[in-house]
Design a protein around this ligand. Structure first.
Ligand SMILES: [Zn+2]
Length: 261
């Protein structure tokens, strides 16, 4: 167990005073390795709060560069970052925020071939990517690797957040929620628009759930889906049913795929 320095006792005082976290929980956060898929509207506040919380190692996978149209919601970046890879700009921002935190930029597109190697050895994976195909790949890999997954998505005025540990009996995975549908169209933010502050809400909630997954507090959130409707300031939470025939998380699917840790 890490011993906290005087500076760390000061920096994390508001966490340490929480009985649910305390010094031991803060040391766990400092020792944690998380992976963030996507440094966009959700990724930016997410990375900010993870870095503020002292989550020791944050791997950020994103192959995109900062564009002027991102600055309406991607709060880690400034105008001088335009044209720079997002993962790299995020690394510079986190270096300013907290020297305890190491951000490892991975300027690659996550796909079915590299998913397992990019996500392996994470304590939690947080998906804030912008497309359905990548979400399914991330979920299937996290389930096989038995890594908790926090998944957040936004569009226009609506956001969704869910937490998965699909390898556990009775627990659904993302694929249980959305099914197979390869033709499922997910309109991009560029096409349909998104209110900037909404991405802040969902990104912050994703950070909170990642911290809960690292240092459990309160009620377990796995298997639940939060739907935030910000046209009407309405939040709902549903239980996600487990699909017993799910090709990713059913007992038979997990038995087929032995994945070395
Ligand atoms: Zn499933």
């Amino acid at each position: 167990m890490n011993t906290l320095t005087d500076d760390q006792l000061d920096r994390y005082a508001r966490h340490i005073v929480l009985k649910e976290i305390g010094g031991a929980g803060q040391a766990q956060l400092l020792a944690a390795h998380v992976t963030v898929v996507g440094a966009g509207g959700i990724g930016c506040p997410l990375i900010q709060y993870l870095a503020g919380a002292g989550v020791g190692s944050i791997r950020v996978i994103d192959d995109d560069v900062v564009d002027l149209s991102n600055l309406q919601r991607q709060t880690l970046f400034g105008e001088s970052d335009v044209g720079i890879p997002k993962a790299e700009a995020a690394m510079h921002a986190v270096a300013r925020l907290n020297p305890d935190v190491k951000l490892i930029p991975i300027i690659q597109r996550l796909d079915a071939d590299n998913a397992a190697s990019l996500l392996r050895h994470s304590d939690v994976v947080i998906d804030g990517c912008d497309n359905f195909t990548t979400r399914l790949i991330v979920s299937d890999a996290a389930t096989r690797l038995r890594i908790p997954l926090v998944s957040a998505a936004v569009g226009q005025f609506e956001g969704q957040l869910s937490v998965y540990r699909g390898w556990e009996p009775e627990q659904p995975c993302y694929r249980c929620l959305v099914g197979e549908d390869p033709a499922r169209a997910e309109a991009s933010c560029a096409e349909q628009g998104v209110l900037g502050a909404l991405t802040g809400v969902l990104g912050s909630l994703a950070a909170l759930e990642a911290i809960r997954a690292l240092v459990p507090f309160g009620e377990d959130s796995a298997g639940k889906l939060l739907i935030a409707d910000l046209l009407s300031l309405r939040f709902r939470t549903l239980n996600i049913p487990t699909d017993p025939a799910c090709p990713a998380c059913s007992e038979s699917a997990l038995a087929e795929e032995e994945c070395p840790a």
